[in-house]
Design a protein around this ligand. Structure first.
Ligand SMILES: Cc1cc2nc3c(=O)[nH]c(=O)nc-3n(C[C@H](O)[C@H](O)[C@H](O)COP(=O)(O)OP(=O)(O)OC[C@H]3O[C@@H](n4cnc5c(N)ncnc54)[C@H](O)[C@@H]3O)c2cc1C
Length: 308
């Protein structure tokens, strides 16, 4: 019997890493294993945060175990019969991981664990499906990559999201969870942009909000917006052709540019996201994403346990 629950695979780590290059769908066993080794040896650690482990345990066992951890930056959580940690933490406290759990991880994540233990890589596990579902919003799309639901407030979910930069900026303020995002230091492919179908007026009673009223008389602003976006892409492409570094040339690209990221999030943080973003106070574009999440994976109200 498996002594623990696992969300992820060797390839999940590679996917989260390859989103940097916008090549997260690629599967190439040899290159993937090389990349895993590179990530591990060069401390590119965040992709390992998208693999989640839940160990059935009592609260007492959790405390006895945590007492042995000397690493000050170790994130280990307890919720309703399970100790929760991600693979990054697991690797950081490898000597404290029970042998039967190590055995299970060697079987489920053969390439990654071989690299960690310095043994020959013999196997490689791949995600069975890219996404469980995918849905569009007016400014992008969201897909559910995986979930680990045990009925606790620390159940975990991994989403892949494409949205404008200004939405991602709001999203990533939700610190409890892990993100890996495309990097325009690496990619130079033609960017895509969100241009709204209509412009909304500033809300009268709220300094940061809008009123969802289409304003056809502002259609000429949208044309101008489109023209300027195209102009920035032209300038960007010219600079890239001349050899300007991608990390600098990207500076001309506007906030409506689309980005893509993987988001692995515990239920309590997801519920907090839904409460704050599926709300009349949130911007319409992020609210649409929160509404889809709520509809597809539900809101369980676990965030009500947090006062602030
Ligand atoms: C309508 C709206 C307007 C906003 N406007 C602004 C703005 O103008 N400027 C701006 O900077 N941000 C703004 N924000 C972002 C907001 O302040 C939060 O950063 C964001 O909503 C994430 O919420 P959170 O901190 O609860 O989530 P997370 O960061 O995911 O945190 C989850 C929970 O973990 C705990 N936690 C996490 N980190 C800490 C910590 N360091 N110390 C103690 N407890 C912690 C808290 O209990 C927290 O609720 C806005 C958000 C909304 C919804």
């Amino acid at each position: 019997m498996t002594p623990f629950h696992l969300m992820g695979s060797d390839h999940r780590i590679v996917r989260a890493a390859r989103v940097s290059f916008a090549k997260d769908d690629l599967v190439d066993r040899e290159r993937d294993i090389k990349l895993l080794r590179y990530l591990y040896q060069n401390k590119h650690a965040s992709p390992f945060e998208h693999v989640i482990i839940a160990l059935p345990s009592s609260r007492e066992e959790y405390f006895q175990w945590v007492e042995k951890i000397t690493l000050p930056t170790c994130l280990v959580y307890y919720a309703e019969g399970y100790t929760w940690l991600n693979l990054r933490t697991t690797i950081n406290i490898w000597e404290l991981i029970p042998e039967e759990v190590k055995e299970g991880l060697r079987a489920s994540l053969p390439a990654t664990i071989s690299i960690v233990e310095g043994t020959e890589v013999r196997g490689y596990t791949v995600d069975e499906q890219k996404v469980m579902w995918r849905e569009d919003t007016s400014s992008g799309w969201i897909g559910l990559v995986d979930k680990l639901e045990l009925g606790t407030c620390m159940d975990h979910y991994t989403f892949v999201v494409e949205c404008p930069l200004f939405v991602a900026r709001q999203w990533m303020r939700h610190r409890f969870g892990s993100f890996n995002e495309v990097s325009r230091r690496y990619v130079s492919y033609e960017p895509s942009f969100y241009i709204p179908k209509y412009l909304r007026p500033q809300a009268k009673d709220n300094k940061q909000a809008s009123e969802d009223i289409p304003m056809p008389e502002w259609a000429h602003f949208l044309k101008e917006w489109d023209r300027i976006v195209k102009g920035t892409v032209e300038l960007y492409n010219k600079m890239i052709e001349k050899g300007v570094a991608k990390e600098l040339a990207r500076g001309v690209l506007p906030q409506t540019m689309k980005t893509r990221f993987y988001w692995t999030v515990p239920r309590i943080s997801l519920d907090n996201f839904i409460s704050l973003r599926d709300s009349p106070h949130a911007q319409k574009e992020i609210r649409e994403f929160a509404a889809i999440i709520k509809e597809r994976v539900g809101y369980r109200g676990t965030d009500r346990r947090m006062r602030l």
